[in-house]
Structures are given as structure tokens and as C-alpha cells.
Write a protein that binds this ligand. Structure first.
Ligand SMILES: Nc1ncnc2c1ncn2[C@@H]1O[C@H](COP(=O)(O)OP(=O)(O)O)[C@@H](O)[C@H]1O
Ligand SMILES: [Mg+2]
Length: 226
């Protein structure tokens, strides 16, 4: 494990254990909004997406999943970033089989479910690469997987690849009940936000809301050690 990954792992472990923190408070607010959509419209599957890489989709997805798991909800986290999987590395879980293997019919949902070190949180890694995902996502495999997951989980969070980085992120997002769009302070340009929103609409993504990430960089420096 690279030193940077170790730092991120440590941060996640601390975040999970901590009962009170400024960061935890911010995520709890987002949790309430998601719970409202969940309660009102019976939404269970959520995808987290950003316009470009490096804007905080993965970070947001992880913290949200953990915030729900901390509250005793049964959470399934899915690494939907098939090109650049990362969750397996953070959780020290092998990525031999995962989402992509279920999508091509090679593995069943139950075969790819991993326990994590965090109570109430399970993980499906991205799985091994395959270049034909675009067609796959136009099949019903993703919907079937989500339907099955809904039987045993309260909330499903998918970490997606960026809107402007290939097709799969947007397609996966369109298969979930709702999508949260993450923009990063001082990084995501307004022009791109507007364009990204249009793209999500084209892909028939149900946009629930926008999260402003890294609003207070001095605070995040303290918390994440950036
Ligand atoms: N609010 C934040 N404070 C500090 N570091 C952050 C914050 N959000 C993201 N990062 C860091 O920035 C990098 C990119 O974030 P990441 O969540 O992986 O973005 P994406 O999934 O959109 O590519 C990572 O190293 C992550 O730890
Ligand atoms: Mg990411």
C-alpha cells in the first residue's frame, strides 16, 4: 500500500470511529437530504458523480456510505469506476471479481459481495477490465443487480467515473434512483457545471442535488492532511 493510500485509510477509520466532528456534521446534513428522498420516493440506489476526475466523487461517496453505516443502516458500496478502480485498494480487498463480472454474466451478485472492516458496510469492487461496457450498460444487467441489492440493503452507493471521462459513469448513474453531483471549490468551472448538468439530463439521470466539496480548504487540510 502506498503511503498516500495509508493516510486515506487512516482517515476513513478515524472518521468511522468519531462520533462528533465538523466533517461528520456536514455529511449528516447530506444524509438527511438523501433520507428524505429515500423516504418520500422510496429511493435506495444512489450514484455519486463529478464532472472531472479529482473533484471529490470518491471521497464524497465513501463518507456518505460511512455516515449511513455509522447510523446502523445496511449499506452496499459499489466501485462503479471500471477504468480506474480505487475502493478495493482503500479497503485492502482483492479485485479479482466485481461489478464488471456480474455485468457480463460471469458471476452472481452474492459471489462478489465483500465484507469490510466497517460494520454494516459491504463492498462490491469494480472487477476486471472489459472494453465493451457501453453495450453492457444498455442491457438490464445493472438494473437486475440493483434490484437484487435492494432486497438486502437499505442504501446502495455507487462511486462513478467522471461525467467527462468516458461513458460508463453517466450510464451507471442513469440506472440508479438518484444521483448526487459533486463539484469542487475553486476547481470545477461554472461552464463545466452547466455542461455537466446538460449531459446528465441527456442521459436521463435523476439529479437529486449538488454537493460543494472542499468548501473550506484550510479545514480539509487539517482533517485530511492534504
Ligand atoms: N474536501 C477535500 N479535502 C481534502 N482532500 C480532498 C477533498 N476532496 C477530495 N480530496 C482529495 O482529492 C483527490 C481526488 O478526490 P477523489 O474523491 O478521488 O475525486 P474523484 O473521485 O472525483 O476523482 C483525492 O486524493 C482526495 O483524497
Ligand atoms: Mg473517483
Amino acid at each position: 500500500v502506498k503511503p498516500l493510500l495509508n493516510t486515506k485509510r487512516e482517515h476513513l477509520v478515524t472518521f468511522f470511529k468519531q462520533s462528533q466532528s465538523r466533517l461528520g456534521y456536514d455529511y449528516k446534513k447530506i444524509k438527511s437530504n438523501i433520507e428524505f428522498a429515500s423516504y418520500k420516493k422510496n429511493y435506495k440506489s444512489f450514484s455519486i458523480i463529478s464532472a472531472n476526475n479529482g473533484e471529490g466523487a470518491t471521497t464524497t461517496c465513501l463518507h456518505l456510505a460511512m455516515t449511513f453505516a455509522k447510523d446502523g443502516k445496511k449499506v452496499l458500496l459499489i466501485d462503479g469506476n471500471l477504468q480506474k478502480p480505487i475502493l478495493n485498494k482503500l479497503f485492502l480487498i482483492e479485485n479479482d471479481y466485481g461489478l464488471s463480472n456480474v455485468l457480463i454474466g460471469q458471476k452472481k451478485f452474492a459471489d462478489v459481495l465483500n465484507m469490510t472492516e466497517f460494520a454494516d458496510m459491504k463492498l462490491i469492487t469494480a472487477g476486471q477490465g472489459n472494453n465493451h461496457f457501453k453495450n453492457l450498460f444498455n442491457s438490464s444487467a445493472m438494473e437486475n443487480l440493483l434490484e437484487e441489492a435492494k432486497q438486502s440493503f437499505d442504501y446502495i452507493f455507487i462511486d462513478n467515473s467522471a461525467i467527462f471521462d468516458g461513458e460508463t459513469g453517466k450510464i451507471i448513474a442513469s440506472k440508479t434512483d438518484g444521483t448526487v453531483f459533486v463539484v469542487r471549490n475553486k476547481k470545477t468551472e461554472v461552464k463545466q457545471m452547466i455542461e455537466a448538468k446538460k449531459v446528465l439530463k441527456t442521459y436521463d439521470v435523476n439529479l437529486l442535488g449538488v454537493i460543494l466539496n472542499d468548501k473550506n480548504p484550510s479545514l480539509s487540510k487539517k482533517l485530511v492532511g492534504r
